[in-house]
Design a protein around this ligand. Structure first.
Ligand code: NOJ
Length: 973
């Protein structure tokens, strides 16, 4: 036996050695298996909530335990607020129910314990919602049954929205223009685990057993009693402690989970709930023919080599879901940052429709036979704070959801261009060589990225002095060619007393604490690390200040930031993340804020960029973890994908799902992070990513180099061409980014949001629209010589390259040949698309180049388009320093109108000229005959014309000398 002190010393040394070995293989220790992540059956609250739902299905009286007390009802018609007491009849626990009617056809429903024995976390609003929320709207009309059992509240323009509240059992339904849209607690799954002390258990859930007495339907051959007993037992699973893979969650506050159901009557599709490597229209996870045997999980996790077609949790979580059926769209957002599981179930019929019938006499028979999608939401803690949105189209829902969670930030122009990254560009010479490679091969790019190896021992805000002795010169050299640099800055801080960030943050008490109140110690890239607590305003302020040029030595104004590992990833933690019982500012448990943690780092870095530029420069920060509201701070990417065709295919529904949930600026690692893509896979990836919002190539440190010119011909030329495609459409793309700052519309859009009347598009996630005008379908298989594309019949379509009109089959399918140089890109008739054809080495060098306008006529011979332009980097656009041009083509006239909004009435012609450029080429396709002349202000314009496929004519007008942002008309006669 060793004396105690010696033993401790030896153990420390041993731990140290083990850690060093572990570090040597740092890349491999994250090689987690799927058994390293919980299933619902391994998560106490998921078991309990699912058991409750199963009990309700088997013994319906379980689902009737919540009642609104009619006598307590208060309605403030002017303010659009309804409040009441809600009683859990079985547990005799009182709750407060609050309903707030808001602008944007939004209803907010809050249910809280009154009061809880232990405080429940509900500070999230300040962290996740927009700084100013939509105003309340008055109630247009209220109907109440004499007993007060049903209250019908009309709100919105002309009272088109109707919310019917039922007291017993408690539930509500929302319809729009008489059509049922959303129904809450229709299935009776509402189950709010009230706070309690450990001593007050035996769990009240046990009493539930008696409620079932005599109500148990007996099925042949099944021992129902056993089943019910098991389910009842499951209601008590892991209330006060939970162990997974040898790691114990101490749960000092006991159970606090919440579950409820939301149904979308008559709707077969639900979307959103990112992040999952799954389909765009979510699959079923409950019911007999369910497609997944697990619910969708929302819990920010660093999942090594994630599998495809799975509801497993990934790096980001947005508890937002959208649904659409013809004429009605709806959305649900649960403001809650705790771990969540969501089941999706489809059934025939419309569920609540019959119950709504007295209010909606015109419920159609067609709808009664439709499918209803029901969803069951389960969160580990927090409060029930749910926003319900209704509208006619998905665009209405994007607008409403981002009115609540914030509009996307306007990125700098360079950020929307092509980015070159790998783990790692090893030193300054490597950086210079890569930069020279792009020059030599005449391939444009805007940003070169440095991963963790650029630091001194994974201490962020520092440089490896041997490899990067002159970081400022390196950045300035790039800036000299119009390019930027990004460095990675993660939230784990090396526990090294000589590291100034550790020292300062420790002194200020800014680190997350473990359950016993000591600084939390876990492992990440630097080895033993602590994590900054971004929930603490003081920590956010401290972090933001670290980006000052005087603080971050070696940084320059052209250096931007990448925040990684912010789920947070903790190699030694449960499920590779922070223990749930770790403590944040104010004693808040990590379990309550887990899913928002990464976004708070993102926010804090964003604020740091603002601070360092004195609010002059728009920040650019890429984050891996995300939550609702992330769009206010910048871009995200889909994490560590693999160089496989399946991952290329999966990137499309993943980016779509993230985009409909407000985070419009996202992309996938081009080429795939793990593994070595074959050249054709890499090329196909570039070809589609050129049309996706965030366009960055990235690769794991163990992969072969894959800069675009390394694969020889024809690949170098074809990848060059794919990247050039991106640079050509940047005026269009930048305009889309600006539009999304106005209304939250995704840049990359699902077919359903552009064609909400076409039911064929509702389940579609393998092709997408870039804005309104371009339809893209990726090639996601090797040697695929042709691809079928679905083209909604409501539109006329043109091949984007030939500009000939295409002829889809009667079913709307077009088979497009896909030789290596081409993926299907279709231009929608009715579009005016601005392009820049003079490709330069970096996008900012093109900002003053002239435009080419591409006009594709619809079946009425018309088209519309918008061009937004500003200085590309500052916030002066907020003061009106931008150009907005509305273009329309009709009856042979192309009209341009410079729109002056807000304060920009002061914009002079000189300002317009400074911010904009002239049109150097006008292309019109879809004409029924060649025109005789083309004129601007009586001035004849030179043009050429030809007949293209589909029996239409295309003309190219040379240099009309018309300025974007000014008013003019061009006549085509
Ligand atoms: C994990 C990130 O997902 C990956 O993109 C990055 O290269 C590595 N961390 C190293 O920083």
């Amino acid at each position: 036996m060793f004396p105690r002190g010696v033993a401790v010393g030896m153990t420390r040394r041993l731990v140290h050695i083990i850690c060093l070995v572990v570090l040597l293989f740092a890349k491999d220790i994250v090689m987690v298996k799927h058994g390293d992540f919980k299933t619902c059956q391994q998560s106490g609250f998921c078991v309990r909530q699912s058991a409750f739902a199963d009990l309700v299905d088997k013994v319906p009286s379980f689902g009737s335990q919540y009642e609104l007390l009619p006598d307590s009802l208060k309605i403030d018609e002017g303010k659009g607020v309804v409040t009441a007491h809600l009683l859990d009849q079985k547990q005799k626990t009182p709750f407060i129910f609050e309903l707030f009617l808001l602008e944007h056809d939004t209803a907010r429903v809050r249910i809280k314990e009154a009061p809880p024995i232990k405080p429940r976390y509900e500070l999230l609003g300040d962290l996740a919602l927009a700084s100013s929320l939509p105003a309340s709207v008055p109630i247009a009309k209220v109907n109440r049954t004499s007993t007060g059992e049903e209250i019908a509240v009309h709100f919105g323009v002309s009272g088109k929205n109707l919310l019917v509240l039922h007291a017993r059992p408690f539930r509500f339904e929302l319809s729009v223009n008489g059509v049922p849209a959303v129904s809450f607690n229709d299935k009776g799954y509402l189950y709010y685990e009230h706070s309690r002390s450990k001593e007050s258990t035996p769990a009240l859930e046990n009493q539930a057993a008696s409620a079932a007495d005599g109500n148990v339907p007996v099925e042949e051959g099944a021992n129902k009693d056993d089943e019910i007993t098991k389910l009842q037992e499951a209601l008590n699973k892991d209330l006060w402690e939970e162990t997974f893979n040898g790691k114990t969650d101490s749960k000092p506050n006991g159970p606090a989970s919440i579950g409820f159901d939301v149904s979308f009557p008559g709707s077969s599709n639900v979307y959103g709930l990112p992040q999952h490597a799954s389909t765009f229209s979510l699959k079923t996870t409950r019911g007999e023919n369910r497609e997944y045997d697990q619910p969708y999980r929302l819990y920010n996790l660093d999942v090594f080599e994630y599998i495809l077609d799975s509801p497993m949790a990934l790096y980001g979580s947005i508890p937002f879901m959208m649904s659409h059926k013809k004429g009605v769209s709806s959305g649900v957002f649960w403001l809650n940052s705790a771990e969540m599981w969501i089941d999706v179930e489809k059934s025939k019929g419309t569920g609540t429709l019959s119950k709504l019938a007295s209010y909606i006499p015109f419920a159609t028979s067609k709808e009664t036979s439709a499918t209803t999608t029901s969803t069951h939401w389960m969160a580990e803690s927090g409060v029930l704070d749910v926003f319900v949105f209704v509208g006619s189209t998905p665009n209405d829902i994007f607008d409403s959801f981002t009115a609540i969670t914030g509009r996307p930030a306007m990125p700098q122009h360079f950020a929307t261009a092509y980015h070159q990254c790998r783990w790692n560009y090893m030193d300054e010479q490597d950086v210079a060589d890569v930069n020279a490679g792009f020059e030599k091969h005449d391939i444009p790019y805007d940003v070169l990225w440095l991963d963790i190896e650029h630091t001194d021992g994974k201490k962020y805000f520092t440089w490896d002095k041997t490899k990067f002795p002159n970081p400022e010169t390196m950045q300035n050299n790039l800036a000299g060619t119009g390019r930027k640099m990004v460095t990675i800055i993660d939230p784990h801080i090396k526990r090294d007393d000589g590291y100034y960030v550790t020292k300062e943050a420790r002194e200020k008490g800014l680190f997350i604490k473990d359950k016993d109140g000591n600084e939390f110690d876990g492992w990440c890239w630097p080895g033993s690390s602590s994590w900054i607590d971004y929930t603490d305003p003081a920590a956010r302020q401290y972090w933001a200040e670290k980006f000052q040029f005087s603080e971050y030595k070696g940084s320059t104004p052209s250096l931007y930031t990448w925040n990684d590992m912010n789920e947070p990833s903790v190699f030694t933690g449960p499920e590779t993340t922070m223990p749930k019982d770790a403590l944040h500012h104010g004693g808040i448990e990590h379990r309550d804020v887990h899913n928002v943690y990464g976004t708070l780092l993102h926010r804090s870095t964003y604020e740091g960029h603002l601070l360092r530029s004195k609010n002059e420069d728009r920040p650019f920060v890429l984050s891996r973890a995300f939550f609702a509201g992330t769009q206010r701070y910048g871009a995200i990417w889909t994490g560590d994908n693999t160089a496989e065709w399946g991952h290329l295919a999966a990137s499309v529904p993943m980016i779509l799902s993230i985009g409909v949930a407000g985070v419009v600026f996202s992309g996938a690692d081009v080429g795939g992070f793990f593994g070595n893509p074959e050249p054709d896979l890499l090329l196909r990836w570039y070809q589609v990513a050129a049309f996706q919002p965030f366009f960055r190539a990235h690769a794991h440190i163990d992969t072969k180099r894959r800069e675009p010119w390394l694969f020889g011909e024809p690949y170098t030329s074809l990848i060059r061409e794919a990247i050039r495609q991106r640079y050509r459409i940047m005026p269009y793309l930048y305009t889309l980014f600006w539009q999304s700052t106005q209304n939250g519309s995704p840049i990359m859009r699902p077919m359903v949001s552009e064609f909400p009347e076409d039911e064929n598009t509702f389940g579609m996630g393998d092709q997408f629209m870039l804005g309104k005008g371009l339809l893209i379908k990726p090639v996601v298989q090797k040697d695929q010589s042709s691809v079928d594309v679905y083209l909604p019949k409501l539109a006329v379509w043109y091949d984007y390259t030939s500009l000939g009109k295409v002829a889809p089959s009667a079913a709307g399918v077009l088979n497009v040949k896909t030789p290596l140089e081409k993926i299907p890109v279709l231009l929608r008739g009715g579009t005016i698309l601005p392009r820049r054809e003079r490709i330069r080495r970096a996008s900012n060098l093109m900002l003053h180049d002239p435009y080419t306008l591409l006009v594709a006529l619809d079946h009425k011979g018309e088209a519309t388009g918008t061009i937004y332009a500003d200085d590309g980097h500052s916030f002066r656009f907020r003061e009106g320093k931008y150009v907005l041009s509305e273009l329309s083509y009709s009856s042979g006239t192309l009209s341009a109108r410079g729109v002056r909004l807000g304060n920009d009435a002061k914009l002079s012609d000189a300002d317009v000229d400074a911010l904009s450029a002239r049109v150097e080429r006008l292309i019109i396709t879809g004409l029924s005959a060649l025109p005789k002349k083309v004129e601007l202000d009586g001035r004849q314009l030179e043009f050429t014309g030809e007949k293209v496929d589909g029996d239409v004519y295309k003309i190219v007008v040379k240099d009309p000398k018309a300025w974007v942002g000014r008013d003019w008309k061009i006549h085509v006669e």
